[in-house]
Design a protein around this ligand. Structure first.
Ligand code: VG1
Ligand code: CO
Length: 543
């Protein structure tokens, strides 16, 4: 095996965001762009040396080309072995599981998640550490530093390998084991949930639709729902992963998964609907004529965890990202469990999960998960709901309404302003930050500010500090407004505004969310001067 050393120059823009490095495909196709980043991973992440590296992606455009490049660089850098999903496919949670069961040195996951795919759209790459989770900030910072100093990368002069044939092949001297992307993951799901009970539910005529949005979860959902659980063929729609996601935006929310939402709110609605995103880590769940917000979903799962065999009597605690609603906090308080608040991004749950401090965790952005892997997991969340539905034999709406009657309702919405001018967005956040000191005690409309700050996280396990994680404005009645800028976009800036209010009175639990929050929304817009600073009158997406 003769290793080639190729001279290269640093790129200045390879700092990973909320979840890996995401750029337009055209940027990744620039000579040496992907190569530099991958070499920086090998220059900084070498342990454990003899362990394999897991590689796979969501199947989007450029996935296959990128994998061939990564395999050659891995072999040239002395990587002992690669475990690769067949066809280059691995959902993000399945990759996390493979890293864990293979005691791997980590994994390289190729995805820009819910961002569109295709030659003019987005691509992404991220490194996961040996615990199976997205690299924590100290690791991504080391990789970024290496990209700024790089002067060479190592590769081989070998032909492309066949990514579709199961079994072991070689790149140079390095064995590449091509595995079925679904089976190990499906086996894990079977250990966690009561598949018999769910099978009986489907036999009773229960109807569901799963929209894979032409992204990676199609093969997983078909195997698990239609084969192992006996749901009728056709339960999974848009089930074949396409390089451009069928020109869609593989983001499971009410705007981008409109086809599914329309069906669930239509005259022939089934009992249950669900969708997942590009790389399979997000989930949206719907009942007949009923949408479950991700924040409520986490709270309901926590309250019903004892119904799932894999979680019975073993939930140690829960965590949610800071902007996620406080619905789960109320359940945790009643169950006597600790509840942690972390910055946005799954990497911040890793230490708490590894230390056994939490069993379940979630984000408002359609992310829910547990200690079974170290990523959020879309299909897992859908199966958790199916397990709850099979055990309780009530509708989704009944379950959520009952939950609210016990715990109260956290009205919650997120307003996204996509692709706004970066300077304007930064100016807006800077101005808010400057205001925080003077806000406490001020009356805004009928609300009085209790606290205002820029969220700072002190990791309770390794004492690392993450600053400037979002502007929080808390009111005396527990309502909140949060502002932050997205760290996953590839065009301009995306401003996210999160608004929440608590309502204890069941007589007031059936209001329209935007109406229930109307005054707070107005306050949020005025306080930040959104219209003046961004020129936008309306959010791009309301969730
Ligand atoms: C968004 C979400 C965040 C999530 C991240 C990655 O980040 O808000 O909660 O962890 O995407 O999810 P941001 O920085 O754009 O707000 V995924 O499915 O894109 O890996
Ligand atoms: Co995703």
């Amino acid at each position: 095996m003769s290793v080639k050393t190729i001279a290269t120059q640093p790129f200045q823009d390879q700092k990973p965001g909320t979840s890996g490095l995401r750029k337009k495909v055209k940027v990744f196709e620039k000579p040496n762009y992907l190569e530099n980043f991958v070499q920086a991973i090998f220059d900084t992440q070498q342990e454990p040396r003899e362990a394999p590296l897991v590689v796979g992606g969501d199947g989007r455009y450029y996935n296959r080309q990128a994998i061939q490049i990564i395999l050659r660089i891995a072999a040239a850098n002395g990587c002992a072995r690669v475990v690769l999903g067949q066809g280059g496919i691995l959902s993000t949670p399945a990759a996390s599981h493979l890293i864990r069961i293979n005691q791997a040195r980590g994994g390289i996951i190729l995805s820009a998640s819910h961002n569109p795919g295709g030659p003019d759209e987005d691509f992404g790459i991220k490194f996961n550490t040996p615990n199976g989770g997205p690299a924590p900030e100290k690791v991504t910072e080391a990789i970024y530093a290496a990209t700024l100093n790089i002067s060479r990368y190592l590769t081989l002069d070998t032909p492309d390998i066949d990514l579709d044939r199961l079994g072991t092949t070689k790149v140079g001297d390095m064995p590449v084991e091509i595995v079925d992307p679904v089976s190990a993951y499906a086996d894990l799901m079977e250990q966690l949930f009561d598949f018999n009970q769910i099978r009986i539910l489907f036999q009773s005529g229960f109807r569901m639709r799963f929209d894979a949005m032409h992204a990676v979860t199609g093969p997983y959902a078909r195997e698990i729902l239609e084969k192992r659980l006996g749901a009728p063929a056709g339960t999974v729609i848009n089930g074949i992963p396409l390089e451009d996601f069928g020109h869609g935006h593989p983001d499971p929310n009410l705007v981008y998964a409109k086809e599914l939402a329309d069906y669930l709110f239509g005259p022939d609605a089934p009992d249950f609907g669900a969708a997942s995103d590009g790389d399979g880590d997000r989930n949206m769940v719907l009942g007949r004529h009923f949408f479950v917000t991700p924040s409520d979903s986490l709270a309901v799962i926590l309250a019903n965890a004892n119904l799932a065999p894999g979680y019975r009597n073993r939930v140690s605690g829960v965590a949610r990202s800071m902007p996620t609603s406080q619905a789960a906090d109320r359940v945790a308080a009643r169950l006597g469990l600790p509840c942690y608040e972390t910055p946005t991004g799954w990497k911040f749950f890793g230490n708490l999960l590894d230390a056994g401090k939490i069993t379940l965790c979630g984000e408002e952005s359609f992310g829910t998960g547990s200690d079974h892997v170290r990523e959020k997991d879309g299909v897992w969340a859908v199966l958790f709901w199916l397990n709850i539905l099979a055990a309780r034999r009530q509708s989704v709406a009944e379950i959520v309404r009952e939950h609210r009657s016990v715990y109260g309702r956290n009205y919650y919405t997120r307003h996204d302003y996509e692709a706004v001018d970066s300077a304007a967005a930064n100016g807006l956040i800077d101005a808010l930050r400057a205001k925080t000191a003077t806000l406490p005690g001020q009356k805004l409309g009928s609300y009085t500010v209790a606290y205002a700050d820029d969220f700072r996280y002190l990791d309770p396990i390794d004492d690392s500090v993450s600053d400037q994680q979002g502007i929080r404005i808390g009111f005396q009645d527990g309502s909140r407004i949060v502002y932050r800028l997205s760290g996953t976009g590839t065009e301009g800036a995306t401003l996210r505004v999160y608004i929440e209010a608590y309502e204890a009175d069941p007589a007031r639990h059936n209001l329209d969310t935007q109406q229930a929050l109307a005054e707070l929304i107005q306050i949020a817009n005025n306080l930040a001067g959104i219209r003046e600073r961004t020129g936008r009158n309306e959010p791009t997406v309301i969730t």
